[in-house]
Design a protein around this ligand. Structure first.
Ligand SMILES: [Zn+2]
Ligand SMILES: [Zn+2]
Length: 137
């Protein structure tokens, strides 16, 4: 999977999914052509979109899919003496393990997929998110 960044442009609010090849030095909003410099070695030190140094890691997991699996389990339960439930929740768990990590910038909410996530990347911290929401108002 090629690394890509999901950006909501600060200038025109257009959402772009931009691929970041190894050689690439900058990315561009596909609508207004705003340009952002990319330094792949330091990408999680400082957000290339907004300059913010705070990121969090999360699973790029489709919650709808997880829910659909559980619903199938519940529908099948009467026919399988409820065995479908543990089987499918195991499948759900397995799927979750295979989901890649993504990294999100607290400030501009850009989503970084397919990059090497640093081992010390922390999960979502509510107080940090609140801090940024206040500052953006
Ligand atoms: Zn733009
Ligand atoms: Zn950012």
């Amino acid at each position: 999977m090629k690394p890509s960044i999901g950006v909501e442009c600060q200038h025109c609010s257009h959402e772009s999914q931009l691929e970041v090849d190894k050689e690439i030095k900058s990315i561009q909003c596909s609508s207004c052509k705003a340009t952002w410099q990319i330094n792949r070695d330091r990408i999680f030190k400082k957000c290339p979109i907004c300059g913010c140094p705070y990121f969090y890691g999360q699973k790029d997991f489709n919650k709808v899919l997880g829910l659909a699996i559980m619903l199938i389990g519940i529908c099948l339960a009467p026919f399988t003496y409820c065995l479908s439930l543990p089987v499918l929740s195991f499948f759900d768990w397995l799927l979750y393990q295979r989901v890649p990590n993504m990294v999100v910038c607290y400030d501009c909410r850009s989503e970084f997929r397919g990059f090497d996530v640093p081992a010390d990347m922390e999960g979502f911290k509510h107080f940090l998110a609140e801090k940024f929401e206040k500052e953006n108002k």
